[in-house]
Design a binder for this molecule. Structure first.
Ligand code: NAP
Length: 284
């Protein structure tokens, strides 16, 4: 039997807007405007939308944007040269290579060309290593950083809490687990080979789902009162977006939950701006 709880809806849009406003105030008081370079290779329509949104967000936050658009047939050497030029440009504090890149390019090799001090996606080995080592000088991937901020908006003390992260990608699941571990949570990383996933999830005080499977997490996987962070973005048959959690069913069971859209998504860009500001301050 489920105990009915009043579920708090975590308003990622509002929290991200506040963060962006704080960043804008900080950049307005700086002598030099921070700069973010975005490299886009090819003509993936979704990537074009993401890049446009990032550039607009930069403008509003007082961050100068540098755009490099390369044709789909651009070679590894051409993209590398572009990264190198931004590495050498002192006006550029952050470099973002929009993923995915076309198949003929080696994305990992390109990412590792980025100067770690400008790696605002937090994907270079130096930044991943710093995160694992607990060295706070590194740049942390944006989406898990944003998800942690949302968790902290409803949880005052994470210490000793059971956290389950479903998904172990380098982009999200692994850094998310590390961030929760750094907050002294007892962390379980679940993935496609995890046995008894519903039971594992049911132990979670904090449940983070990042799989990419429509409404996979059912109401009876959720511990009553748990904080549920839904990272998944899935397009349903009717064209609408939904997360990895059966949101409607989770209401009344979860203590707090992020909606999709309007939860984790808006935090990603806000944290990208935050990382750029941070990189600019650290470069001084
Ligand atoms: P990914 O690289 O495809 O990783 C998916 C993970 O889910 C893998 O670790 C996989 O396990 C695990 N998985 C797959 N099927 C499973 C199952 N049946 N049970 C348990 N685990 C399962 O994806 P991602 O990049 O981490 O992204 C995950 C989702 O988050 C996607 O919907 C993506 O669109 C969304 N996302 C949103 C944002 C945002 O800004 N809101 C940012 C990033 C990602 P294995 O490792 O064993 O294969």
């Amino acid at each position: 039997m489920n105990i009915m709880t009043e579920t708090r809806i975590i308003d990622g849009k509002a929290i991200a807007a506040r963060l962006r406003e704080e960043i804008a105030q900080e950049t307005a008081a700086m002598d030099t405007q921070p700069g973010l370079a975005v490299i886009l290779v090819g003509d993936n329509p979704a990537s074009h939308v993401y890049v446009r949104n990032k550039i607009r967000a930069c403008e509003k936050a007082g961050i100068k944007s540098f755009e490099s658009r390369l044709p789909v047939q651009a070679t590894q050497a051409e993209v590398t040269a572009e990264i190198q030029a931004f590495n050498d440009n002192p006006a550029v504090n952050g470099i973002l290579l929009q993923l995915p890149v076309p198949d003929h390019l080696d994305a990992d090799a390109l990412i590792h060309m980025i100067n770690p001090a400008k790696d605002v996606d937090g994907l270079t080995f130096i930044n991943i290593g710093k995160l694992v080592a607990g060295d706070q000088s590194g740049l942390v991937p944006c989406t898990p950083q944003g998800a942690l901020a949302l968790i902290k908006s409803v949880e005052t003390d994470l210490s000793g809490k059971n956290a389950v992260v479903i998904g172990r990608s380098l982009l999200f699941g692994k850094p998310m687990a590390q961030l929760l571990l750094a907050e002294n949570c007892t962390v379980t990383s679940a993935h496609s080979r995890t046995k008894n996933l519903p039971e594992v999830c049911k132990q979670a005080d904090i449940l983070v789902a990042a799989v990419g499977r429509e409404k996979m997490v059912k109401a009876d996987w959720i511990k009553p009162g748990a904080t549920v962070i839904d990272v998944g973005i899935n397009r349903m048959e009717d064209g609408k977006l939904c997360g990895d959690v059966d949101y409607e069913a989770a209401l009344g069971i979860a203590g707090a939950i992020t909606p999709v859209p309007g939860g984790v998504g808006p935090m990603t860009i806000a944290c990208l701006l935050q990382n750029t500001l941070r990189a600019a301050k650290q470069s001084k």
